[in-house]
Write a new protein. Structure first.
Lengths: 116, 234
């Protein structure tokens, strides 16, 4: 399908996320995405999580720590932040999570807030 | 903004680790509030220097009844900066708010505990802070979380009406359970507390620590009376 004219395209914000767990454990992208959506649904409800989107765009995990970029609709960053804060474990592995920053583009989020 | 944490052996992470993570997340300090039966061994000043944030020694008294609580509060009052009492039954909640030696009534709505206007007035009078414990919002799901949020809202309404003092904490027992201040503000907003309300509650730990340190310092004799410099003979 033809893509939307620019003024109708959704405006996104990208949350740069830092992840941490116990050394030796690892969290895969699929489970993290599932937990994001569950957390959104549980805290914000179906309409709220539909508004927020919460799609994992970039994901990297290595030796107990990881980084991710989560896409959120503009104006929904605070509910999204709240939902993400409620992720306490993924697949039974306890996880620490912090929003390192918010940017308007994936590239800016990576360059400013993540190591690469 | 401060966070009140449980360190090893009460929790799973050491005080160093918690302080380091809290500093990274933008907290100004941590209050170590291990339960009285699981005290941590640590050098607060050294950790504070290394992490670059304030480390406050505290204790959370866990007692079965008011008699036991009374003894424990008395024991800890002289050497801890912040003395909290774990609520959870009506008798303990009542004891805590009527005792000005207690700084914080921790998690008053847990288990069978409840708060009403009588307790709120007493707490306001004695300067005992109610704790808004966000642990149940952050780390439980389903019906239990619904009940936690309901009880927090009830406590919020009462505290707001009587202008009772309060603190807010996510009650982390490990560095993985810590959440940054901005996240806590967002969670608070989602469950019906304004950003300012949560921010005040997180900052209150710091003010409390500062006040108690001043009261426990050598120069303080009693309210309004302090040891100062003597006038020198001309």
């Amino acid at each position: 399908m033809k893509h939307l004219p620019k003024h109708l395209q959704p405006r996104w914000r990208y949350l740069a996320i830092g992840l941490e767990t116990r050394p030796g454990e690892s969290i895969d992208r699929r489970s993290f995405q599932r937990e994001c959506w569950y957390a959104g649904q549980n805290l914000l409800g179906d309409p709220g999580s539909a508004r927020a989107d919460l799609r994992v765009i970039r994901y990297e995990f290595d030796d107990g720590t990881g980084e991710a970029i989560v896409r959120v609709r503009r104006g929904e960053t605070d509910p999204a932040r709240a939902a993400l804060a409620c992720i306490d474990e993924v697949d039974g592995v306890p996880v620490g999570l912090v929003v390192r920053g918010i940017s308007g583009t994936i590239r800016a989020a990576e360059e400013k807030f993540l190591d690469g | 903004m401060y966070e009140a944490v449980h360190a090893h052996p009460d929790g799973q992470s050491t005080v160093e680790r918690l302080a380091e993570t809290a500093a990274d997340y933008g907290f100004e300090g941590v209050v170590v509030r291990n339960h009285s039966s699981a005290r941590a061994e640590y050098d607060a000043e050294k950790i504070a220097d290394e992490a670059g944030i304030d480390v406050v020694c505290g204790v959370e008294v866990r007692a079965d009844d008011p008699q036991q609580a009374s003894g424990a509060v008395g024991n800890h009052r002289t050497d801890e900066t912040i003395v909290a009492l774990e609520g959870g039954t009506n008798a303990l909640n009542r004891f805590a708010v009527e005792n000005d030696k207690v700084d914080v009534l921790a998690d008053p709505m847990a288990e069978s505990g409840d708060v009403n206007h009588v307790l709120a007035k007493a707490a306001a009078e004695n300067g005992v802070r109610f704790e808004f414990n966000l642990a149940g919002v952050l780390r439980t799901h389903g019906g239990r979380r619904v009940r936690t949020i309901q009880s927090l809202r009830k406590l919020g309404e009462i505290v707001d009406y009587y202008d009772a003092p309060y603190v807010v904490s996510a009650d982390p027992a490990s560095h993985l359970e810590l959440r940054a201040p901005r996240e806590l503000l967002a969670v608070g907003e989602e469950i019906g507390f304004s950003r300012e309300f949560v921010e005040e509650g997180l900052a209150e730990w710091g003010r409390l620590a500062e006040r108690n340190r001043h009261v426990q310092s050598e120069s303080f004799i009693e309210p309004g009376v302090e040891r100062g410099r003597y006038e020198e003979e001309p």
